[in-house]
Design a binder for this molecule. Structure first.
Ligand code: FMN
Length: 450
């Protein structure tokens, strides 16, 4: 089979992920593997797509290989998908799959993003391999990679292929015109609206205008398309040591001084390719200069999204997951799918309420699970990720279970007591009563206090 390996890691030949594909190629000389370093060469591809068009046309199976970057794929792969779709090269009926390496932090959303785009292109899409960064270095990881490839070949012949999600009906979106009156700016808070709004994006422009009018505080707009990005994150880890990005485009100070200083963040974009235009992904990835530090913990976030958000379940998970992991209060998402003006007004009020009240809510599975991955990873990498390690120590993020010594002993004692038959008999039916007692005390105290 003619397999085209699309290596979207910005590290090119030095990509960890690529090496899983190279390992499989070494084991399967009966198949032809062509490797293109599309991530590293994204600038050249923007100028001349012809060589890639040729390679895509000749391939039978496209194998997307990339690292998971900030919940999805690297900017370079987002850009590549834009280029493929814009070119219109016929891929219908070909096969596609993917290999990623990561620390499994939101690898699911990355895989789904690539699957959804493969499905858009009419590719028969086969579930990919999501490996840990170090998997290829151990026997289990190698075995799993081999099994993935065997399954991939089998699925090429027999399926199953990834099923598409329900699609938004084909319709022309109604133009949204600004309708909201100017609310007096009585609050001293400052909201920053980060957008990649294109000049001809009428709905998003008008949604931003209305949102700003409805806010009871001042706001600023940062358009990412105007920022002179030197390029996408290179994954070089230079910032892990110095805290400074290797690019000299001033993004890290811009991020810290212009964006992160706000009392509330508003992200405004139009959906395309199941996320938004790649300019936003460039922004996401370049924030790696903050490492894994939740530096904006507590700052509320609101989203203005133009497009069929209700049909984008993966994007909804990304939006929620990012707030959860960052410890940011998600005030809501206003879209142009329903009563846009009312949704925008409510969202503006919610954001103002959250900024004034410093609202917080307990992290859910997306947040708790995500932070546990970071906690374990930074603990192991503390020698390299020095700033992250210091931050995690200072903020009590190293909440390893073994530190809860008192609770562990308490549970041991209860377990030992309950293994005595006479105690067991006596405790029967009283366990829940005993467990709820401290909670009852809280409620009683609250009653006394009011
Ligand atoms: C900018 C950036 C963002 C990343 N985001 C994630 C992430 O969201 N989830 C994850 O598990 N790992 C993440 N990683 C780690 C990479 O996925 C991991 O190091 C990967 O194995 C690198 O593969 P490569 O050598 O092929 O580029 C990120 C790394 C960088 C540099």
């Amino acid at each position: 089979m003619k397999i085209l390996v699309l290596n979207a890691s910005p590290k090119g030949p030095n990509s960890t992920t690529l090496h899983t594909a190279l390992y499989l190629a070494a084991l399967h000389p009966e198949h032809s593997f062509t490797v293109l370093h599309v991530g590293q060469q994204i600038r050249q591809l923007e100028k001349d797509f012809a060589p890639l068009r040729q390679a895509l046309s000749e391939a039978e199976l496209l194998l997307f290989c990339y690292p998971v970057y900030t919940f999805i794929a690297p900017y370079q792969l987002h850009r590549l998908i834009e280029l493929i779709k814009a070119d219109g090269v016929e891929l219908r009926g070909k096969l596609a799959s993917q290999i990623t390496t990561s620390k499994h932090f939101y690898d699911v959303t990355a895989h789904r993003y690539v699957e959804e785009n493969c499905l858009d292109l009419g590719l028969h899409t086969i579930r990919g391999l999501s490996a840990d960064m170090e998997d290829l270095l151990c026997e289990r990881g190698q075995r799993e990679a081999r099994m993935f490839f065997d399954q991939l070949l089998f699925s090429c012949d027999h399926g199953p292929f990834v099923a598409p999600a329900p699609r938004a009906p084909q319709r022309t979106r109604a133009i949204y015109r600004p309708t909201l009156p100017e609310t007096p700016k009585v609050s001293q808070k400052d909201a920053v609206i980060v957008t990649n709004c294109a000049p001809d994006d009428v709905n998003l422009t008008n949604m931003i205008t209305d949102f700003r009018a409805a806010l009871p505080c001042g706001s600023r707009v940062v358009n990412l398309r105007e920022f002179p990005f030197g390029g996408g994150c290179l994954g070089c880890f230079g910032c892990a040591i110095t805290g400074q990005c290797v690019y000299k485009d001033g993004f890290d100070s811009f991020l810290r001084q212009t964006i992160q200083t706000a009392d509330g963040f508003v992200y405004a974009f139009t959906i395309s390719d199941h996320y938004t235009h790649s300019s936003f992904k460039c922004f996401d990835d370049r924030q790696f200069c903050n490492g894994h530090r939740t530096v904006t913990h507590g700052t509320p976030i609101a989203y203005l999204i133009s497009g069929d958000y209700q049909y984008e379940s993966n994007l909804r998970m990304i939006v929620e997951g990012r707030c959860e992991v960052g410890g940011n209060y998600l005030c809501g998402v206003a879209t142009d799918e329903g009563d846009t003006a009312a949704d925008i007004r409510t969202l503006a009020q919610n954001l103002a309420f959250a900024m004034d009240g410093h609202l917080a809510r307990p992290a859910n599975f997306y947040g708790v699970g995500g932070m546990k991955i970071f906690r374990d990873m930074i603990y192991v990498m503390q020698g390299l990720m020095k700033a992250d390690h210091r931050f995690y120590k200072e903020h009590g993020i190293y909440d390893f279970p073994q530190k809860q010594r008192e609770r562990i002993w308490q549970m041991r004692l209860i377990g030992t007591l309950l293994s005595i038959p006479s105690v067991q008999k006596k405790a029967k039916g009283q366990m829940t009563t005993a467990m709820i007692a401290p909670y009852q005390k809280v409620v009683e105290q609250a009653r006394r206090d009011t």
